[in-house]
Design a binder for this molecule. Sequence first.
Ligand code: FPP
Ligand code: ZN
Length: 444
Amino acid sequence: MLSYNDQDNDKRTRKRFKYINTVILGRKRDPIIQITTSEPEVINMCKELQTETTIARNKVLDKIYECYNNSNGTSKKYNKEEIELDPSYHLPYLELFLDNDFPPHMVALDAAHPWLVYWICNAYRILSESPLPPTINLKIKNKFFPPLLTTLKKAGPFGGGVNQIPHVVANYASILSLGLTDSPEIWSLIDRKAIYEWFLKLKLPNGSISTSESTGEHDVRSIYCCLSVASLLNILTMELVEGMLDFLINCQTFEGGFGGSPGEEAHGGTTFCALASLVILIPFLYPNKVLDDFIDVDNLLRWLSARQPNEEMGLNGRSNKLVDGCYSFWVGGSAAILESLGYPFVIDKSALREYILRCCQSTETRGFRDKPGKRPDFYHTNYVLLGLCCCDSVFYTKDSNPLNFVSRIKPGNKDRGVAAINPVYALTCETTRNMYEFFKNFSN
Ligand code: FPP
Ligand code: ZN
């Protein structure tokens, strides 16, 4: 298969980088030959090539153009009318599930309960710009520390639900959910020591960490879930992180993004996990070193920028794939992490904002979606909103400690229903900061 990275016409990227036209030959997992060319004939040949993906993309583009036009038609004519977020339209979508049980058809998501709590409550906090109501905090407390099922004073590590084995990813979503309560009383019930000892048992010789004591997956996702929790709970040690840095560095591909494991294709989700992990690890291991000392940051910036095609204006997760609202955070959040560290924000924030507000919302259903034609869900509602926070904020930091990263909502965006977020932790700056202040007083 011949695929064409069509970013050569991307003026936005060119402005920021001396962009090279790139033609990529080869399939995922096949040997890949990368040709750098400025030959118009080669570029045109690739542009005319029809593949399953180009056909799928054209269908998506038709729907996207309809959203931008606000009418039927396939030409990209922007509706110049200003578009604003209306939090009061979306909040009932979240409140319904904060106040009621999930409907029976959601039983398939049983092992994902901690995720549902995090997605719904985090989206609620962003949209409402206020703490969770005390009734919700109590529900969260009772969910993770069920009073009738346990006599334990403390709990953790966590699995997907009661009687499920602990799992690094479910444990991550559980700690974030508990974090969202902003309640020191609830935080003091987390068994940090048990979580730390369990993490040590899951460590693997290649530097990564298994997701569970049975046959767990292990890649940059499990590393990020472990490091994020360990830094929030102040249980990071040299022993825990041994080997992780090398594993992460080896996941950067020739394209610039990161795969899940060494040798795998660069992807938006795994790039976020690897970058956020590195930003937690490097200041811990080497306080006097910077990201550039370990990875090719320029290539990463270029890859992140290339995730935003001019036509869609939203972001895709890898070369030649379709735009999807959740990459507004996986990719946009990665760009925000780099902006925090003083690098340029390589994504067009106002174009991404247009995609989010015009294409990820529907007038028929509340909540946010992947792309036009898809139904909204809690996962996309949370990550699209986090992406919107990235568009409406500037990111910076006074020191290299990621728990101290700050964002400031840009003037004019203050009343838009977005919050100041910490892109490394996918939580508000306020919650991250509060957790840091609380747990820093505990010794290891
Ligand atoms: C789709 O891959 C996958 C996603 C949209 C999610 C990616 C996100 C992560 C891996 C981050 C996970 C984070 C944590 C904290 C566990 P696909 O191959 O179906 O979609 P594509 O065509 O867009 O590449
Ligand atoms: Zn998605």
